[in-house]
Design a protein around this ligand. Structure first.
Ligand SMILES: *Cc1c(COP(=O)(O)O)cnc(C)c1O
Length: 471
């Protein structure tokens, strides 16, 4: 597979080049030349294949010729040590899927869906750098949320050391422990400034002559194509299972006796009976998760379409409605991992699909903080299920659409909402509404760690000194 920049389709790059450089030389994002299709026998067996089998089949065409089958199998097995269960908030329903169902993406080590991408990216980096003498040094700026997933993903990965910069005093205790509690090859710098200052320092480091001479620096930011591709997997896994009308609470595939299988991709859009394809509602910020979902649809997974749910940072819903793309300054909300006014993956969406195509595949909805709180409250009161603020944006978005169209219409009756984080990750907000939230083992482990970080001022020479002495 060759990769192109979203800004200029002239020059092509290998998968390795796209992954190791992160951003294209012209400042664009890397996109694959084509979105591949699943082989017929794969498409027909999604409901009975395991998560790892689908992971392998999904990623293979994207790395063809550069990562061999056995290596890819190993990368997948190490990266995806957890699944994506499909869980009804109300298990007592007479008819499955008569209420929206949750795809829980928070069973990884940092309890958010970014674990899928970060863990695969880390292992891919390590493989692509094999045989190099010089260790690679990865610099990441985080506002708090992605730092933990990156730290965990790269922890103990050979030949790579990571330095994470975060704004001192502006991340939660849990976030700080996830970033700075691992040690080993992961270093944490508490910067006396804002997230923007952290980002500026990282940018400066990449143009710093002395650092360039002495270290091999790289970035591992959220726009790396090796983070996007693995997020496609769970859409195909879940779409395959849900199509056969079953929940799947362990996140692993078992053959479904009643599954009716499609024989042709064109059937994707022609639902029949209970075996109709599903609609995914994706709480979105930078739109990486949603773009990955669109890849799954294009590859042939039985998906009818998507609901893009945002908070009041509604750049994309507005675009879908008006056809005009206008970025804006982001506003703070309680679903803060989605506080994005200029979603970086929009460039990718627009490079693959026209406005008309995007409108056909995606319905945009935005949700306010008070609606988000109301959703957390209602779902907890009615079903005893704890939504996190991001999943709650998704829940609220679906309810809004259902009300608007009054009743079931094609595409909105079998709806799966991506629950992107465990509610205990946002316990301040959730507990103020529901009372104490059960804490999963992954978060309990992290809370038991001691954060060890160095504090530096917003000064490139302080960062340089740290990197040269530590690395
Ligand atoms: C990052 C994140 C999102 C947004 O995902 P995008 O791919 O940026 O759209 C939603 N929820 C949570 C919990 C996140 O961490």
């Amino acid at each position: 597979m060759r990769y192109y920049s979203t800004k200029n389709s002239g020059q092509s790059f290998s998968f390795a080049e796209a992954v190791l450089s992160g951003l294209a030389p012209d400042g664009g994002l890397f996109v694959p030349q084509i979105i591949p299709c699943y082989r017929e026998n794969v498409k027909n067996s999604l409901s009975s294949m395991s998560f790892l089998e689908i992971a392998f089949e999904t990623i293979k065409p994207f790395v063809d010729g550069e990562i061999t089958g056995p290596v890819l199998e190993e990368l997948c097995t190490e990266a995806f040590s957890f699944g994506a269960p499909l869980v009804p908030v109300n298990p007592d329903l007479e008819k499955p899927f008569s209420e929206p169902v949750l795809m829980e993406l928070f069973h990884g080590p940092t309890a958010a869906f970014k674990d899928f991408g970060a863990r695969f990216m880390a292992r891919t980096f390590s493989f692509l750098r094999r045989g190099e003498d010089r260790p690679i040094h990865i610099l990441v700026a985080t506002s708090g949320d992605t730092g933990g997933a990156v730290a965990d993903g790269f922890f103990n990965i050979k030949g790579i050391s990571v330095t994470i910069l975060y704004p001192k005093g502006r991340v939660s205790e849990l976030q700080e422990k996830q970033i700075a509690g691992l040690g080993g090859n992961i270093s944490a710098l508490a910067v006396e400034g804002s997230f923007d200052d952290c980002q500026a320092l990282v940018k400066n480091a990449f143009t710093d002559k002395r650092l360039q001479e002495q270290l091999t620096l790289s970035s591992a930011n959220s726009i790396n194509i090796s983070r996007l591709i693995p997020q496609t997997i769970y859409y195909s896994v879940i779409a395959g299972k849900a199509q056969s009308g079953c929940y799947d609470s362990d996140g692993e595939a078992t053959p479904r006796a009643n599954s009716v299988q499609y024989t042709d991709a064109k059937d994707n859009r022609q639902p029949s009976g209970n075996n109709r394809p599903v609609t995914f509602c994706v709480p979105s910020g930078n739109f990486g998760n949603l773009t990955a979902g669109l890849y799954a649809l294009s590859m042939g997974a039985p998906i009818a379409g998507f609901i893009a749910a945002t908070n009041i940072n509604k750049t994309v819903p507005d675009y879908l409605e008006s056809g005009e793309y206008k970025t804006r300054i982001s506003q703070a909300t309680i679903s803060n991992a989605m506080d994005v006014g200029a979603p970086s993956n929009f460039e990718r969406m627009a490079s693959h699909w026209s406005y008309a195509q995007l409108r056909q595949m995606i319905q945009g909805v935005y949700v306010t903080d008070s609606e988000t709180r109301q959703a957390i409250k209602n779902v907890h009161q009615d079903h005893g299920y704890y939504l996190d603020p991001h999943g709650a944006v998704g829940w609220s978005a679906v309810k809004k659409i259902k009300t608007a169209v009054s009743g079931n219409t094609a595409g909105t009756d079998k709806v799966i909402i991506a629950a992107t984080a465990h509610p205990a990750k946002f316990s301040e907000t959730v507990e103020s509404i529901t009372g104490p939230v059960p804490v999963p083992a992954a978060i309990e482990n992290a809370l038991g760690r001691t954060a060890r970080s160095h504090t530096i001022p917003v000064d490139i020479s302080a960062l340089r000194d740290f990197l040269l002495n530590a690395g």
